[in-house]
Design a protein around this ligand. Structure first.
Ligand code: PDD
Length: 285
């Protein structure tokens, strides 16, 4: 496979980064994951906007424009589609760069390390109850830091929470803050449905502003009359929901059928999910 590293497209085996890179030593960087199907990206502009926003908050400037990122991403698809297939995610990572010594303060005058690669993702999710990839989740207290809106490469908190679910035989975890309100999952945003009304937690420092979440809210506002609320959601409400969905770039909108081994409503994929995944599939590009 061909990857992008600091201005060049090179075979993956030849891409080398110093162990003194602050991405490695401190997790001092930002990343992004953008899905594509048949060469078309979903939400490319919003993904790059979020990455630029994260980089600005860390005072890292790789000096690449939206058009530059588009060029890199298109070339990663072109160079890897024959080998990896038509459903590809593009991963970008920008770290603060490589220093000669280890010190917490931002070093002056080092160039950011910019890395990109393409990887195979599952085929495009379809609005079909029988074909939906469904999830079993557990619940837990959100023990991550207070800057979860930054898509930082420091993902240990998320990794530990994911493993917490995995070790219990589940595939995600619904996290709750100290006040008992839903934040998100280890690598997903969360929506619930009750009595035909869709709800999801409001954006804050407690969760990542997911692009799938953003696109879904925009599509619902434009193309449906279903009521949608961005508001605090308690654990009791989650446990009593008619439907629960996980959203992320590769999952799109994925139904949760079990929470802590108990079925969500009747334990079947819901009708609102079907409508909403249909709308997402029709309008996402
Ligand atoms: N995960 N919340 C967290 C903590 C995430 O890591 C992600 C994405 C999301 C959903 O965001 P989006 O809709 O923009 O994919 C929410 C990525 C895909 C990952 O780390 O692999």
């Amino acid at each position: 496979t061909t990857v992008y590293l600091n201005g060049a497209f090179v075979p993956a085996s030849e891409a080398k980064i110093s162990p003194m890179d602050r991405g490695f030593l401190f997790g001092d960087g930002i990343y992004e994951v953008i899905p594509s199907y048949g060469g078309r990206f979903v939400g490319f502009g919003p993904h790059i906007d979020r990455m630029h926003s994260g980089l600005a908050q860390l005072s890292i400037d790789p000096k690449l424009s939206l058009a530059d990122w588009q060029h890199i991403a298109d070339k990663l698809l072109a160079d890897n589609r024959a080998e990896l297939g038509d459903n590809l995610g593009v991963y970008f990572q920008v770290s603060r760069g490589t220093d000669t010594k280890r010190g917490h303060a931002f070093p002056a005058n080092i160039a950011p390390t910019v890395f990109g690669f393409a990887f195979a993702i599952p085929s495009e999710p379809v609005a079909d109850k029988a074909k939906a990839t469904t999830y079993a989740v557990v619940t837990g207290q959100d023990l991550r830091w207070q800057r979860c809106h930054i898509k930082s490469t420091s993902l240990l908190g998320n990794v530990l929470h994911y493993q917490q679910s995995y070790s219990q035989g589940a595939q995600e975890i619904l996290l709750f803050d100290k006040d008992g309100n839903l934040t998100e999952g280890a690598a997903v945003n969360v929506f619930i449905v009750k009595d035909g009304v869709i709800a999801t937690p409001p954006l804050s420092h407690k969760l990542l502003p997911g692009i799938t979440r953003q696109l879904l809210l925009a599509i619902l506002a434009k193309h449906s009359s279903i009521k949608v609320e961005e508001r605090d959601i308690s654990e009791a409400e989650v446990l009593a929901a008619d439907e629960i969905w996980l959203t992320s770039s590769s999952k799109e909108i994925a139904p949760v059928l079990y929470v802590n081994d108990k079925p969500v409503a009747d334990g079947k994929v819901g009708d609102v999910w079907l409508t909403v995944q249909q709308l997402f599939s029709a309008h996402k590009f």
